[in-house]
Design a protein around this ligand. Structure first.
Ligand code: ADP
Ligand code: MG
Length: 694
């Protein structure tokens, strides 16, 4: 990373406290500071006469201190009366330093800024900011920057101003290529102009346009940012295309075909289509980098299994990694059931494994005897050595970090080759997100559920009707069905979380005599969890009370009712995932969203609306869209955000046109002006773009 600032490249000198604070905030290079945009602005360009001040105005006055006294009742405060020749005003401070008191001594002429309040005792300002009235008034608005402890605003202002003057802000686009057009007459000429404007806007600017980021200077900044993101993703893709991977050709009549023909069901058209997309990628000598997206229950596992068989048929190994032990266990059970009859050896790896079993598994993997390896994070541990890994499959990919995905890729023995990578997710990714954060991936979508599923009916019910709901459990059990009861995660306290689930477990056990009610929570040992899950899967257990550990992947087709307690505390996508655990068989299924209100009052309107969205639709895409609106992109990106720095300026909800522009421009720039492209990426992403390759 080029350090363009002389002040930042002197490692021998110890850093001052503000410098350290800046470093922590990532403000290292001049360009970092130049891109540190104000939170808001203060108008110090005008002096308003007290006579003309209206209540509620945020104004600056210039006045002489007439009296200054510390009052002790009703609470300690400093009262300073100032006079500007047109009226007087009382400045009120509840906390103050001696130095401030001195600066506000009688006779001092000061400039004070704050909100003016009227009232019985005349004009007042609470805690105004102030300084001695020296020098001319500034010609531009004063920036107020996001800052942190130990980094005074004044220090940061000077640092940014200096960096802005020094920074290399040369244009990233040659004259032949154009930035997106701004409204007529408002065109911003250059990045330097845009940044100068954002740091020091003229006082006549439309504050609204600055605040809602619609001002042309903002548009330019956002276009620059999106261009950097698109460029780096595009480069990652090109780089990957220059790497080699084993070409896995389909072999007629081999295990892949045998598995397909032995399945107890017909693949849906969507499964066949994505299967083909994957097969085509695998057949090329270039590493696949594909995201398989499909709503809960869409049948991603079998698609993954078929992809694995293509690799195995070609004489290679495949690894399948899942984020939780329960999920990995389920995959393992299912895959063994499918593959053992064909004679394919499947190995199993988790952190909780007995030493002996583990050693055996490691040997099977290293010798290549195990063609398929299923497990949790244990799969990427150092001791795990594959004989010849060709395909890595990651289920629920958003639950894994970038580093973990990289580690899996590094399991390839041949240093010149990369394994193919298939990532799976049940969280649909809205279009704008796919276009931005996932632009470097190929995406396959299973947009159809297997036939014969009856849509889950969702009901929103107050916790005060709990008994009625428990009655419904009895009815389901009487029909031989099974029931999930989900307790919410209490974020502040894992212990409380547990108490909650335990109490519910006791309650249900008491009111449902003769029914086997199980309990599953995160504090249980792996073995305990496994036993409970096995009992539920085999139908020996009627009701499973659980915290959200069952969120992903659990597949028990006989379960037909899910009750989610305190549903208002969950995100929509999470509720959708949970709901996807029922309705997997042919029986009509229901999901009851119980909501509680702490004081027995009504649920807030937004909470009500969110739960209503769950009743309205079973479409994961629609739910994801609403969730994106409500909660922003963090939820979808999971660990990915740590690598591909979240967009700081652009907003996918309002800036789709800029995103489209950047998507169109990035390949052009990269092809014709690679140096400009590279400099632009370095400027915006510094060292971070490495991560995008994951
Ligand atoms: P997900 O996409 O959520 O991971 P799964 O792979 O767990 O879904 O599949 C859900 C259930 O549907 C499983 O029991 C699976 O065996 C079954 N299934 C998958 N594909 C089909 C199909 N084409 N027809 C019928 N059932 C299917
Ligand atoms: Mg799954």
């Amino acid at each position: 990373m080029p350090a363009s600032s002389p002040s930042s490249s002197t490692p021998s000198k110890p850093l001052s406290a503000p410098q350290k604070a800046m470093r922590k905030m990532g403000l290292v290079r001049d360009i970092d500071l130049a891109l540190h945009i104000p939170l808001r602005y203060e108008d110090e360009t005008h002096i308003v006469k007290l006579r003309d001040a209206r209540e509620g105005d945020a104004i600056q006055i210039e006045a002489t201190v007439q009296s200054s006294e510390v009052q002790l009742r009703p609470r300690r405060q400093l009262l300073v009366t100032v006079d500007d020749g047109t009226d007087t005003c009382v400045l009120r401070f509840f906390s103050f330093y001696p130095a401030q008191q001195k600066a506000l001594a009688v006779g001092q002429v000061i400039r004070a800024r704050g909100e003016i309040r009227g009232g019985f005792l005349g004009l007042t300002m609470m805690h105004p900011s102030f300084k001695a009235a020296t020098g001319v008034l500034p010609a531009v608005l004063t920036p107020v920057y996001p800052t942190s402890a130990g980094l005074p605003q004044a220090y940061l202002r000077r640092a940014v101003a200096g960096a802005l003057a020094r920074a290399d802000l040369s244009e990233s686009l040659p004259p032949a290529l154009a930035w997106p057009a701004a409204p007529k007459g408002q065109q911003i000429q250059s990045l330097r102009q845009a940044l100068t404007y954002l740091h020091h806007p003229a006082p006549d600017v439309s504050i609204a346009a600055l605040e809602d980021r619609s001002h042309p200077a903002w548009q330019r900044l956002k276009a620059e940012e999106l261009l950097a993101q698109q460029l780096s993703q595009h480069m990652a893709k090109l780089e990957r295309n220059s790497l080699r991977a084993p070409a896995l050709q389909h072999r007629q009549g081999a295990w892949h075909d045998q598995l397909r023909d032995a399945l107890p069901f017909q693949l849906t058209a969507a499964q066949q289509r994505v299967g083909l997309e994957i097969a085509q990628d695998l057949a090329r000598p270039v590493p696949m980098h594909r995201l398989l997206q499909g709503d809960v229950g869409a049948g991603k596992t079998v698609v993954a299994a078929l992809a694995a068989m293509l690799a195995i048929d070609a004489g290679w190994q495949c690894a399948l990694m899942a984020p939780t032990e329960i999920l990995a266990q389920q995959h393992f059970a299912k895959l063994v059931a499918w593959l053992a009859p064909l004679g394919v050896r499947v190995a199993w790896l988790t952190g909780s494994q007995k030493k002996k079993e583990r050693t055996d598994m490691l040997a099977l993997i290293e010798s290549g005897e195990a063609a398929l390896v299923v497990g949790t994070h244990a799969v990427i541990q150092e001791q795990v050595k594959f004989k010849k890994l060709a395909l890595a499959i990651i289920d629920e990919q958003h639950r894994f970090g970038v580093a973990q995905r990289l580690a899996l890729r590094d399991k390839m023995q041949d240093a010149d080759m990369e394994p193919h990578l298939l990532m799976m997710t049940a969280t649909p990714i809205p279009r704008t997100l796919a276009m931005s954060y996932y632009a470097d991936l190929e995406v396959s979508v299973i947009d159809e559920l297997p036939p014969g599923r009856t849509p889950v009916v969702t009901k929103v019910i107050s916790d005060s009707r709990r008994e009625e709901v428990i009655g419904r459990i009895g009815a389901q059990l009487a029909e031989g069905r099974q029931v999930y009861w989900v307790c919410p995660l209490i974020e502040e306290s894992e212990a409380l979380d547990l108490t909650n689930a335990t109490a519910t477990h006791e309650e249900l056990s008491a009111v449902l005599p003769g029914v086997s009610v199980g309990l599953l929570h995160s504090r249980m040992s792996v073995q305990e969890k496994r036993d409970v899950m096995a009992q539920f899967t085999q139908g020996a257990m009627g009701v499973l009370v659980s915290t959200t550990v069952i969120e992903v992947g659990v597949d028990v087709p006989n379960a037909s009712l899910m009750v989610i307690e305190h549903a208002e505390r969950f995100g929509l996508s999470q509720l959708h995932q949970l709901r996807g655990r029922v309705g997997r068989g042919a029986a009509a299924s229901a999901c009851v969203l119980l909501y509680g209100t702490p004081d027995g009052g009504r649920l807030s309107e937004t909470a009500r609306e969110r739960l209503r969205a769950m009743v309205d639709t079973n479409d994961g895409f629609e739910i994801a869209r609403r969730d994106l609106e409500i909660r922003g992109p963090g939820e979808f990106l999971g660990a990915r955000q740590s690598g591909a720095a979240l967009l700081r300026f652009a907003d996918l909800a309002t800036d789709e046109h800029l995103l489209e522009w950047a998507r169109h421009m990035a390949p052009l720039l990269l092809a014709k002006y690679p140096d400009l492209a590279e400099r632009h990426i370095a400027r915006w992403l510094g060292g971070k773009s490495e991560f995008l390759k994951a």
